[in-house]
Ligand binder design. Structure first.
Ligand SMILES: *Cc1c(COP(=O)(O)O)cnc(C)c1O
Length: 361
């Protein structure tokens, strides 16, 4: 069943563990004797409620979500959180701090300006987003309602290696492309959110972890469906939640647990990334522009410096059984997204391929 699968390096939606797809396939017409697919069930049914509760409990356990925080299963993608966070939080002081380290934090920054006074606490635009600003480069306003940053920059291939220290100002973090790849001290955050389609489940689900006391201070014109309070009170079931995605998330979390949970995943993913960076750094042809110390373990960007050669690499990689290695259209070059579900041998084979291309050209 799985033997014609390609090594898919897509930045998102990205690959899911084969075991998860096979289990979902086996259960697709008749979920555990219910006589129906999870896609066909009432979200208010007992059988679905159990799927929902189990997924939430497993997420809490594996991500170590402490008391006082709620795990929400929402829709609208990570991008909806770019508006939802300011709508709900900025009322505290009318101000917020943003670190812009790439494409998505820049969109979030521009969006937030509609709702309050937004300061650019840091930007890596001066060196084309090839680094993450250090703590002492952050211009912090102690009166900010929150400090916003994006943990892993999917397009530029950078990742924060530290948690910003902001005193009593709550942290709001977009972890769409590295959630569940490394342990996180959730108690340091006000809100963590992530679109599911990189490391968790199919597109259509956004997981939000929110410190409950932050909800309930939304701006008066906040849409009903964008009010964290509504979603906390109704346990994400004000309306129909993304049922199928929640079910798959549960399967992915079972798989993650079998791999040693988040600490197990951290070792595996770091090994994969290190292997790839070593091959790139020791090649003649390829280089990675991201500064060491800021490099992402999830999205590895590299290039030859010659567009034709890059195109040749991408074309030959497709013939060799790899897909989606072309870099984002805004950056060019190549990008290998090696999320949790990318098997180690996929990265090993890519490393071989890079070395062979390096010798042949
Ligand atoms: C993919 C991505 C987004 C956008 O997610 P959508 O679910 O498509 O809105 C936002 N932030 C980061 C870091 C991403 O990788």
């Amino acid at each position: 069943m799985g033997n014609q699968r390609v090594y898919n390096f897509s930045a998102g939606p990205s690959m899911l563990p084969l075991e998860v797809l096979e289990r979902a396939g086996a259960e697709i017409t008749n979920y555990q004797g219910s006589g129906m697919s999870v896609m066909e069930m009432s979200h208010r049914s007992k059988v679905f409620q159990k799927i929902f509760d189990d997924a939430q409990a497993k997420f809490r356990k594996l991500f170590q979500v402490p008391e006082g925080y709620k795990v929400l299963f929402l829709q609208g993608g990570a991008s909806t959180q770019f508006s939802m966070a300011p709508l709900n939080l900025i009322g505290a002081t009318g101000k917020a701090d943003y670190a812009v380290t790439g494409n998505f934090s820049n969109i979030a920054y521009k969006e937030a300006k509609k709702y309050g006074e937004i300061s650019l606490a840091a930007s890596s635009a001066d060196r084309n987003h090839t680094y993450i600003p250090a703590q002492d480069q952050l211009k912090l306003d102690p009166e900010a309602s929150y400090f916003y940053y994006c943990a892993n920059n999917t397009i530029y291939g950078t990742e924060w290696q530290y948690v910003p220290e902001t005193g009593s100002v709550p942290l709001v973090c977009d972890m769409s492309s590295d959630i569940l790849s490394r342990p996180v001290d959730v108690s340091k955050y006000g809100i963590i959110f992530a679109g599911a389609q990189k490391n968790m489940a199919p597109a259509g689900l956004t997981v939000v972890i929110i410190k409950e006391e932050l909800a309930g201070h939304e701006l008066p014109y906040t849409p009903l469906m964008m009010n964290y309070k509504t979603m906390i009170e109704k346990d994400s079931m004000y309306n129909t939640p993304p049922c199928w995605c929640i079910y798959i998330l549960g399967l992915v979390l079972d798989w993650l647990e079998s791999k040693g949970g988040v600490p197990g995943m951290e070792k595996i993913k770091h090994g994969k990334a290190q292997m790839l960076y070593d091959v790139i750094d020791s090649s003649r042809l390829f280089h990675c522009a991201v500064e060491p110390g800021s490099r992402s373990d999830m999205n590895v960007v590299f290039r030859t410096g010659n567009e034709e050669l890059d195109a040749k690499f991408v074309a030959e990689s497709i013939e060799a059984g790899f897909t989606n290695l072309k870099g984002h259209r805004s950056v060019g070059g190549m990008r290998a997204s090696i999320y949790n579900a990318m098997p180690v041998e996929g990265v090993e084979k890519l490393c071989d391929f890079i070395q062979k291309f390096d010798k042949a050209n």
